[in-house]
Ligand binder design. Structure first.
Ligand code: SF4
Length: 319
């Protein structure tokens, strides 16, 4: 066993019995610079001082140097331990700690210190909690509004499977963007996202829009896991039928040898073709590139999203 495989087993003991999948060398179009900027260090210090977790670090996101140099960190609430064990995700699985009641205040404080115009908040899955963590999500949104006036809030939630009333609680806190990632095509759910159900996730997005027609809904897909182009197009159609506004598509990158293997690297031209197809299907916004992640450039994309909706409404009025 390689050193990386051993390190992966320590972090992911639940994946011990999985076969090792050697990590493939990345192609030339997937290259990121090492983080060196002083602003990157400032962002890291604010995260540490407030005892917060970020998905940027927990998921080993390749964009961290670029995002944190722009103070754009995605906060991960409700701890650093997830109750699910998805085959693509680097977040540790296990029995999570109780919720920290100070976390909403700490997030609000950090967002204010960072001076963010737009913030993304995500979480681990908390199947152990009776409401899946919905009330905690709502509290985080309220504290951000209290401490950081004018900051727009994007949430990236779990699927709240079997948690009746959870979506309603989160929606009532009025996030600006309600994001939930489908992650992959339905055929691959049993291997890639075994604890989730494709139609539960789709219904969550549809319900979020029905509860608040003004909210922007958003979802993301990873490609390179063995899906076909036709399957991706079908997912786009399903998302449009659920009235989803914004689609992100990025290359799956394998975090450790204990995670799902990459089937292939999708070329930049193929990403462009996906973006063209998605726009043709009526999404207000599409971001598709090898390094796209659901929170990548979320701040500037939110401004474009608002403009796109305003333009659409204007065009409808003048017809
Ligand atoms: S893309 Fe998202 S998760 Fe990755 S570093 Fe940027 S903000 Fe963090």
């Amino acid at each position: 066993m390689t050193t990386t495989a051993k390190a992966a087993e320590l972090r992911h003991p639940e994946k011990r019995n999985r076969p090792d999948n050697p990590i493939q060398r990345k192609p030339a179009w997937i290259r990121v610079k090492a983080p060196t900027s002083p602003v990157y260090r400032e962002t890291r210090d604010i995260v540490r001082e407030n005892g917060l977790h970020t998905v940027c670090e927990e998921a080993g996101c390749p964009n961290i140097g670029e995002c944190w140099a722009r103070r754009h960190a995605t906060f991960m609430v409700m701890g650093d331990t997830c109750t699910r064990a998805c085959a693509f995700c680097n977040v540790a699985t296990g029995t999570p700690m109780p919720l920290d009641p100070m976390e909403p205040v700490n997030i609000g404080t950090a967002v204010a210190k960072l001076g963010l115009e737009h913030v993304v908040v995500t979480s681990v899955d908390r199947d152990d909690l009776i409401d899946g963590g919905a009330a905690h999500f709502a509290a985080v949104i309220h504290r951000i509004r209290e401490f950081a006036h004018g900051t727009t809030v994007e949430i990236l939630t779990p699927d709240f499977k079997d948690k009746a009333g959870a979506i309603e609680v989160v929606s009532a806190a009025k996030p600006d963007v309600f994001n939930h990632n489908l992650e992959t095509v339905p055929r691959l759910y049993p291997t890639i996202r075994p604890g989730a159900r494709y139609f539960t996730s789709l219904e969550l997005l549809h319900r979020a829009k029905r509860l608040d027609p003004n909210v922007f809904t958003k979802s993301g897909l990873m490609v390179g896991l063995g899906e076909s182009r036709e399957e991706v197009h079908q997912v786009m159609d399903d998302l449009r039928a659920a009235d989803v506004d914004f689609l992100t598509i990025g290359q799956y990158l394998q975090p450790t040898p204990k995670h799902a293997a990459i089937d292939r690297f999708i070329t930049p031209d193929e990403f462009d073709a996906y973006a063209t197809a998605a726009r043709g299907k009526g999404f207000l916004m599409v971001s598709a590139s090898p390094l796209t992640r659901s929170s990548y450039h979320a701040d500037s994309d939110f401004a474009r999203l608002r403009d796109a909706r305003a333009a659409k409404l204007h065009n409808a009025d003048t017809r």
